[in-house]
Design a protein around this ligand. Sequence first.
Ligand SMILES: Cc1cc2nc3c(=O)[nH]c(=O)nc-3n(C[C@H](O)[C@H](O)[C@H](O)COP(=O)(O)O)c2cc1C
Length: 283
Amino acid sequence: MKKSVKELIIHRKSTRNFSKKPIEESILNELKKQGQQSKALYEAISVTFEISKGKEITKKLGVTTGYFGKLFEAPHYLVAITDTKEGYQENMGYQMEQVLLAAQELQIGTCWIAVIHHRQQINEFFNVPRGRTLLALSPIGSEVEPFGYKLLNRSKQSEPSIRKSLDEFVWIDSWDRPYNESKHGSLDGFEAILKDAKLAPSWGNEQPWRVLIEGEQLHLYTIPFKKDEESFNPHKIDCGIFMYYIEALAKEVGIESNWSRESVTIVSPKNFQYIATLKLNRD
Ligand SMILES: Cc1cc2nc3c(=O)[nH]c(=O)nc-3n(C[C@H](O)[C@H](O)[C@H](O)COP(=O)(O)O)c2cc1C
């Protein structure tokens, strides 16, 4: 990528209205390459990205997927299939977001869609082998303005969606000490990193990430997913995207770091679920 990750993150947004015009083959090949080269969060998990015709996907998935069972019409769809080993949802967020940022750099619109319901039938339909699952999709195409938009006199297709402030999702040393800018300052550069990382997309824009900073370690938690009956938790995909943003933004300002799952003993309030810990690589 030529643009910085920071620049891409600041300008990204979901696209939901696509031109019917197919994307050039060379661009689709570039996206496939980005998928193959994307860095995994957990290397033991294998993810494959395929690009399918938009019509095939909307026909196969019907009304089973997307908010309110709605998939967008687009000339192509990126389809992501993964092993279902521990951490696979976070890994998907971390890896697929790299492809979506590459698409953004190529001025291609995308929108995250997670397969939440009817996964067994969908996997059978796509011939996904046991031990793997079709977890996420994104329409791919050029953005167009929705019909009638100009008549409504709107200047932009969509306003940037709102994000929480740091004091709503960051705590320092313990869960009764929310981050306070005047008291805690720049957090050795992590305040700026978190302010950009919080622009990450998330399911329903719920921004489920919760961060506890303890010395040089950053522990990441997620809020529980309210639809308890589902074994699947899309918030973990959101956390994976957030993890990629933090690590990549830190790298751009010269801070090398990596995520790992630790045996963290800090009991969290409100059933927050532990995801992973970021540690700085000092040498
Ligand atoms: C895992 C995941 C699943 C999502 N599923 C959908 C979806 O089914 N339909 C949709 O319109 N947007 C979906 N989104 C997009 C979010 O609604 C969007 O990221 C959020 O509202 C913030 O807006 P922005 O991406 O424009 O910044 C999803 C996002 C994520 C990360």
